[in-house]
Design a protein around this ligand. Structure first.
Ligand SMILES: [Fe+2]
Length: 247
């Protein structure tokens, strides 16, 4: 398995991962024990940070570990000041960019943000859409983005209900309707969101046939710099209790 979204590097500016090399190494060991062979380090990029790439590469180097292959990356916050920068840090030197949005609601111009990044040759990956208020309210809002080439990464913790029922239900819908392209841990520490990629894949298999691909084939494809051809997403039809409760 390859984990494409983690906060595993020690004491990085603007990130909320571990504060020491020892804790980083513990996290990597936990992942390796689950069968993870590759980890993309994706510290937050909440504002423009000069020399961020060098800092990330140095942090990877400082760990001096050989349990897994560590790749540089960032979780880019969809703020104009951040995404307008040149040379955004992509996942493992591919052209895939992991993008996070404000938690409560998607910005009005989300489609334009994706389009602008795509015209600059980035392939966009929407980080944990199941945790975003606009997507919880209507998961079908993902469909036009996916049809325009955006890929979606679900958090293992959402599938397992660690962020509450709404994110869990939304993650299930996204998986069931062919809108998920990756599952990743988004781990921050050894405790706060404990490592459970394998457990999440097992749970995800109840909702999609390709759960395993979301942590193996698809991450491998992007780290090779190849192109993922996503399946056509199926619209979700609201019904029953969920329908009435959301109203
Ligand atoms: Fe994250």
């Amino acid at each position: 398995m390859i984990d494409i979204h983690t906060h595993v590097l020690p004491a990085l500016r603007e990130d909320d991962g571990p504060d020491s090399i020892e804790k980083s190494l513990q996290m990597i060991k936990m992942a390796a024990n689950e069968g993870v062979t590759g980890i993309v380090a994706t510290p937050h990029m909440l504002k423009p940070l000069p020399d961020r790439k060098a800092e990330i590469l140095m942090a990877i180097e400082s760990l001096g570990q050989d349990l897994v292959t560590l790749y540089p990356g960032t979780e880019v916050f969809a703020d104009d000041h951040v995404i307008e920068q040149d040379n955004l840090i992509t996942l493992g030197n591919s052209n895939y960019l992991l993008i996070e949005f404000p938690r409560a609601q998607l910005p009005q111009h989300t489609a334009d943000i994706f389009f602008d990044l795509q015209t600059r040759d980035y392939q966009c990956i929407f980080a944990h859409p199941e945790r975003n208020g606009s997507i919880v309210e209507d998961p079908n809002r993902l469909i036009p983005f996916i049809q325009a080439g955006v890929l979606c990464q679900i958090n293992a913790g959402s599938i397992l209900g660690r962020y509450g029922k709404e994110s869990q239900k939304t993650a299930q819908i996204i998986l069931e309707h062919g809108m998920a392209h990756f599952i990743a841990s988004d781990m921050h520490s050894t405790q706060r969101r404990y490592y459970s990629l394998k457990e999440a894949v097992a749970e995800a298999s109840k909702y999609t046939k390709n759960a395993q691909e979301l942590v193996t084939t698809n991450p491998e494809i992007i780290l090779r710099g190849d192109f993922i051809e996503p399946e056509e997403p199926k619209p979700y039809k609201k019904r029953g209790f969920w329908f009435f409760r959301r109203k």
